[in-house]
Design a protein around this ligand. Sequence first.
Ligand code: NAP
Length: 235
Amino acid sequence: MNLNGATALVTGGSSGIGLAIANALIAGGARVAITGRNTARLTAAATAIGAHPVHADVAKEADVLRTYTEVLQQFDHLDILVNNAGFGVITPLIELELSDFERVFGTNVTGAMLMAREAARHFIERRSGNIINIGSTASHRGSARGTAYYGSKFALRGMTECWRAELRPYNVRVVLVNPSEVLTDFYATAGLPQAQENPTKLHADDIAHAVRAALEMDDRGFTTELTVFATNPQD
Ligand SMILES: NC(=O)c1ccc[n+]([C@@H]2O[C@H](COP(=O)([O-])OP(=O)(O)OC[C@H]3O[C@@H](n4cnc5c(N)ncnc54)[C@H](OP(=O)(O)O)[C@@H]3O)[C@@H](O)[C@H]2O)c1
């Protein structure tokens, strides 16, 4: 597709990978809306890159419905949904609180489903559209302490395959992008240590590059899944 003049909605676009994707799509000529829950951070990010901010929690159905109302009012139609909002709780199974498990699945799984459902209704009518799901290398393999986060990313990968099968007849491309470790706020939010400066580890812009390349392929085809590793990461 040609990004110039296209319209996109990036969830969790106020930070890290989502912000870098929004910025890359704008650089390609797209009009972009970004969502997030923290208003101050969302407004600052939108102003910095020239995006349209929508204050919304993907885990809340009313917020999702309002997001589409606002975006369609602003842009008239939507070409691209990037399901990026997500976070992790990394805890041993025997210490996992139900509320933490449900919070992670609420955003990473239910939120992605609600956002995709509304996009699909629009895309089916238009016989055109793109859904990029930001999975993880955790979509492919389990890990100790990974029940909530890795489980949610496996679920996102499963949903991706269902949506791909269901939506291809309507010319809708559904792509899963799996980053390995990227230097963002993700680790701090999950309570994990991570050095913020490390030239050998992936930066958010590397994932944005992969997303943009996947979208810019001619509409005749699409990449089903893209996994991005750092070449030789050093701690
Ligand atoms: N960083 C990595 O190493 C890595 C690796 C693989 C995959 N990923 C995936 O990449 C995606 C982006 O993560 P990141 O690394 O960029 O982390 P980040 O810098 O912490 O960004 C997360 C973004 O999601 C938003 N968000 C979280 N929950 C939300 C909700 N319920 N509704 C709306 N927005 C929400 C956050 O804003 P608010 O908190 O203000 O809502 C923020 O904008 C996630 O899906 C993550 O699982 C990250």
